[in-house]
Design a protein around this ligand. Sequence first.
Ligand code: MN
Length: 252
Amino acid sequence: MRILVTNDDGIHARGLGVAETIARRFSDDIWVVAPAEEQSGAGHSLTLTRPLRLRQHGERRFSVTGTPTDAVMMALLEVLDGPPDLILSGVNRGANLGEDVTYSGTVSAAMEGALAGIRSVALSQVHARQAAGEDVSFAVAEAWGERAIRPLLDTPFAPGMLVNINFPALPPEEVKGIRVVEQGIRDYGRARMVRHTDPRGFPYYWLHFGGIVYTAAQDTDLEAIAGGHVTVTPLHLDLTYREALSSLAASY
Ligand code: MN
C-alpha cells in the first residue's frame, strides 16, 4: 500500500512526522509532499499567479512552495509514479472541528485527494489554549492514530467522500474512545482583529479566535471532542443543502 503524507503546517512541522510514523504502521511505501511553509487557513486554495518550486529533501520527501492543494496536485501529477492508495493530511497543530473544515488547509488537502478518487483522511490534534505554538503535544494522535485510521482502510469510500479525524487535548490514558459523529457548527465565535502598531508607526492587524463560546449540539464533533473522544467525521465534497432545493426553486 502506497501512502502520501501531506499537511498544512509545512514540511518542518512536528505533526507531519507524527503522521509519517502512523503511516509506517501500515506500509513502508510512504511519500511525503508537503508545503514548504505553513499554510494553515489556506483552505482549498490553488496557486495560479506564481510559479511553484519543488524541492527534494530525501528519497521520498519533497516540499512545494504553495498551498496544501498545490502539494497534493504536485504529488499526484509530478512526484509519484503511480497513485497512492491512501492520503493522510496532518497531523495538524490544532483542531479542525465544526466550520473549521471550511478554512482548513489540512482538510482541503484531503478534499483534493477525494477529488482525485483517493481514500483521504485529515488528522488534527486539538490543544489547550495555554499550550499553543511549539508546546503542542501530539501524544493522543501518536497513541490513537493507528486505531482511528485502520478501520478506514477497507471501509467503502463513496466518490467525493473524505474523513476528518480530531484527537482531543488530553493525556492519552484519559481518552474515552472513538466516536463517529457529524460536523458541528459553533453557535458563537468571539473572533476579533487584534490591532498593533509596527516599528514605523503604521497599524497592522492579526485575526484572533479568542474565547470561542458555543454550546455543542449532540452527536457532533464539537460535543464528542469535549467529552474526551477521538472524533471521526465523514465529509463530502457535495455541499448542496438539499432541504432548501425545492423552496428555493419555488422562489424563481
Ligand atoms: Mn495547520
